[in-house]
Design a protein around this ligand. Structure first.
Ligand SMILES: NC(=O)c1ccc[n+]([C@@H]2O[C@H](COP(=O)([O-])OP(=O)(O)OC[C@H]3O[C@@H](n4cnc5c(N)ncnc54)[C@H](OP(=O)(O)O)[C@@H]3O)[C@@H](O)[C@H]2O)c1
Length: 367
């Protein structure tokens, strides 16, 4: 039996665990036991943008023998262990890292197999973005450090985005800004971005956050200045500022534009952690938002730097960031669907404390 969680694509609070019968493993496939995997606001955004960006298509229930029209599976990042293999070069017990559904097990058809990684060659996944189709073979990947094991499912996809945003800003000389305004400053993607940008010292880094997260954001030391959304008007509106927006709240973005006007020299639109934050505002003055999609930027940089060059540059920032996270991130690991469901609902409502990281395995007694 393989337990999985189905979500109503038009009402994310409506979830149902179902058990799928496991067929014998097909030729040229591996079967993996999923976990631990992480849940963050990013996974909620995958659902919010699921139709537009294709995130529902990765683990479409009908592709896996589940007949439930209107239901989808939440994609998550995490580890998995091979429990059965019908592929010569992949052994039972091998550990991989990548994109999975919230489920106990997944069958994968490895393609483009190398020492470091493989893709899932399932026909419905081939047209999708390769970044989400790659499984890293943990034992052969220099980017993995056993000491940082629990941090990786939570921070790796988010910090890769942070690294790429900072790189984009550096390439463009910070768009001439004296100040970078980072919205939803307590999100992990924002913290990583501030961490990278602060080291460059190219501009003042100002974090905008909610009142309940202000003290936490300040305690990380990654921002030069932290203000709450209610106090945006206290900032110097005459300062040339670039925005990095993880919140995606029309209401908050509107306040920022109203206050800074033409002094907004760039707006990097990254996320929508405030999923109920309203539609984008009408912008009368200042640079309009430009969408940032990390997988596309990663593909561009891998093309220019090569895989090793990319891994070296990312690794140089990633390891120190993870080391720092030991001081500010509280990791909670749990097993079983009963533990996951209340935390999932809390993520939908946005009530999970920013300092908390949540890792899960659906299978009980997962090592
Ligand atoms: N474009 C890309 O390629 C890319 C890549 C990675 C991530 N992202 C996006 O970046 C965003 C941040 O992701 P993350 O995983 O880093 O987030 P996270 O660490 O889980 O962020 C948690 C923070 O988000 C805010 N928040 C979360 N849910 C909320 C709600 N329902 N209402 C109001 N505020 C809420 C709160 O921050 P504040 O109180 O500080 O507002 C909260 O502390 C996501 O939208 C994600 O999809 C985009």
């Amino acid at each position: 039996m393989n337990q999985t969680l189905l979500v109503n694509k038009t009402d994310f609070g409506d979830v149902v665990p179902v058990n799928i019968d496991e067929a014998p493993l097909a030729e040229d496939h591996i079967r993996v036991r999923i976990g631990p995997f992480a849940l963050t606001a990013n996974n909620i955004t995958y659902m919010v943008t699921g139709d537009r960006m294709g995130y529902w298509k990765f683990f479409e229930p009908s592709e896996y023998g589940i007949d439930r029209p209107g239901a989808g599976r939440i994609p998550v990042w995490g580890f998995a262990e091979v429990t059965e293999s019908r592929v010569g070069n992949i052994s039972v017990g091998e550990r991989i890292y990548g994109f999975f559904p919230v489920a106990e097990m997944l069958d994968i058809k490895p393609a483009r197999l190398s020492r470091h990684s493989f893709h899932d060659g399932a026909s419905h996944r081939i047209p999708l973005h390769p970044v989400y189709n790659t499984y890293v073979r943990t034992q052969n990947d220099p980017g993995f450090d056993g000491d940082l094991d629990d941090l990786q499912p939570v921070l790796r996809p988010l910090f890769t985005t942070s690294f790429l945003i900072d790189d984009r800003f550096d390439e463009n000389r910070f768009y001439g800004a004296d100040q970078i305004l980072i919205l939803s400053a307590s999100s992990k993607t924002a913290l990583g971005t501030a961490f990278c940008m602060k080291q460059r010292g190219a501009a003042k880094i100002t974090g905008l956050t909610s009142a309940r997260n202000k003290a936490f954001v300040e305690s990380t030391g990654f921002y030069d200045h932290v203000v709450t959304y209610e106090h945006i008007h206290t900032l110097d509106g005459g300062e040339k500022s670039a925005v990095v927006d993880m919140a995606g709240s029309g209401e908050i973005t509107g306040r920022v534009y109203d206050h800074f006007g033409e002094n907004i020299v760039y707006n990097c639109m990254v996320g929508k952690s405030h999923r109920q934050g309203g539609k984008p505002p009408k912008i009368n003055a200042g640079a309009p938002p430009v969408m940032f999609f990390a997988p596309d930027r990663a593909r561009e940089r891998i093309g220019e730097w090569g895989r090793d060059g990319f891994a070296d540059r990312l690794g140089a920032q990633w390891i120190p960031f993870c080391q720092s996270a030991k001081d500010w991130l509280d990791i909670n690991k749990s097993q079983g669907i009963e533990k996951l469901l209340p935390v999932y609902q809390a993520f939908l409502e946005g009530t999970v404390p920013a300092a908390k990281a949540c890792l899960f395995s659906l299978q009980e007694n997962h090592p």
